[in-house]
Write a protein that binds this ligand. Structure first.
Ligand code: NAD
Length: 382
């Protein structure tokens, strides 16, 4: 289905937000404990200055927000009855806020209550996506909710907020951006509009990710990555993703590996599978070759160009000290064998699998997990 929607208004920098905040009476802020305890919520609260204005902060969000957190947030928002909701943080607080607003709106009319998302990591693109990933801890499964009603009304992109992101989180979230850009470019629902966004995101990651990783105060690189994250978010929100995300959701839920890191480890193996590097070259290989050419890595053959893009992703991982395999990420052989079946089942059922460019079976997914467990080099043979 060819479609392209863009609901969220984007504000770059904080000036527009400051003006908006002065007009609200009851602001509900969703964030995590670090943001609150480090005083970063002052970014918002110092401007909630209308006479009689109040705010309430829900800061119980933990990485990979779960159903209990969303339930607690829903009861707090229903009690507070805000006239604006603001999510401040990485993908975890933004996703939690999206789910809180989504479920609370079934019990209380929030139609005139603007929802503003302010990312403090450059990774998920959640500020502009129709997705919210919520974990069922009891079942060990991450569920992507997908609905237009999850789209924030405003997104604020202020790279100043990302200066303090630790090296490891810059690396993981940056590879999340690359995965969004590549998967949305090749997936079954991609069209010219979404691909334009994916292409720009790939270029920006190539230009700025290592610079942001090496120098956290490089504001040009930080803003470049913040924009890349948002562009890739808008691309996959419209086009969808693929099995790298399905497999990363399952791996993250079962082995407790950060989302961006799980994507980073799996991406080269999934790309090799989708390109048919070990068997017959696919149409997807041609798409990878297009992206390789875009960043000056094209070669004379489609196969070599696709491999060059895969090697670029692997090189980024090495340079940013991201583990090269599931084993290197700290998962023992015994644990891996125990979780392999449930992970494969969950990845196959994940909603991102439906838009993967190549049809895959449970055996295919299991084989990719096995290659990624031991850092198999077969997938990348030139
Ligand atoms: P996160 O929100 O879990 O944050 C990771 C860590 O970074 C936390 O400890 C947080 O406190 C810290 N942090 C955040 N901003 C900081 C800052 N400015 N300075 C210092 N520390 C900071 O990580 P994330 O990668 O942004 O989000 C991951 C979540 O997003 C996962 O649950 C994933 O499944 C989900 N996700 C959602 C979408 C979507 O479209 N909705 C897409 C991809 C991923």
């Amino acid at each position: 289905m060819d479609r392209f929607d863009f609901h969220t208004k984007i504000m770059i920098g904080s000036a527009g937000l400051r003006e908006m905040l002065k007009g609200f009476q009851r602001v509900f802020i969703v964030t995590d404990r670090f943001m609150k305890e480090s005083g970063r919520t002052g970014y918002l609260t110092q401007y909630i200055t209308a006479p009689g204005a109040e705010y309430r902060i829900f800061s119980d969000v933990t990485p990979d927000p779960d159903i209990d957190t969303v339930t607690a947030g829903v009861s707090m928002i229903l009690d507070f009855k805000p006239d604006a909701v603001i999510a401040l943080g990485g993908g975890s607080p933004i996703d939690a806020a999206k789910a809180i607003v989504y479920f609370a709106a079934r019990q209380y009319d929030l139609r005139d209550c603007p929802f503003i998302a302010i990312p403090t990591t450059s990774g998920t693109g959640s500020e502009v996506s129709r997705f919210a990933v919520i974990t069922d801890k009891a079942k060990g499964v991450k569920y992507p909710l997908i609905d237009d009603a999850l789209l924030p009304d405003y997104a604020v992109l202020d790279a100043e907020l990302t200066r303090s992101v630790p090296e490891k989180v810059t690396a993981d979230t940056g590879m999340d951006v690359l995965t969004h850009a590549i998967e949305s470019y090749v997936c079954t629902e991609a069209n010219s509009f979404t691909q334009a966004l994916s292409e720009k995101a790939v270029k920006l990651v190539d230009q700025y990710l290592l610079a942001a990783y090496r120098n956290p105060d490089d504001l040009e690189a930080r803003q470049g990555m913040h924009n890349a994250s948002c562009l890739a978010g808008a691309a996959f929100s419209n086009a969808g993703l693929g099995i790298c995300h399905s497999m990363a959701h399952a791996l993250g839920a079962q082995a407790h590996i950060a989302h961006g890191k799980a994507n980073a480890i799996l991406l080269p193996y999934v790309m090799s599978y989708n390109a048919g590097c070990e068997s017959t070259l696919t149409k997807t290989a041609g798409r990878y070759a297009e992206l390789a050419a875009l960043i000056g890595m094209g070669a004379t053959s489609t196969r070599q160009s696709a491999l060059n893009l895969i090697h670029m992703a692997r090189r980024m991982n090495v340079r940013m000290k991201i583990p090269q395999s599931i084993k290197d990420a700290g998962v023992s052989r015994e644990t891996f064998e125990k979780i392999l079946g449930p992970m494969t089942e969950a990845a196959l059922a994940d909603r991102c699998t439906a838009t993967n460019p190549e049809r895959c079976t449970a055996e295919d997914i299991e084989a990719i997990y096995r290659q990624a467990f031991v850092k198999s080099s077969r997938a990348f043979r030139e």
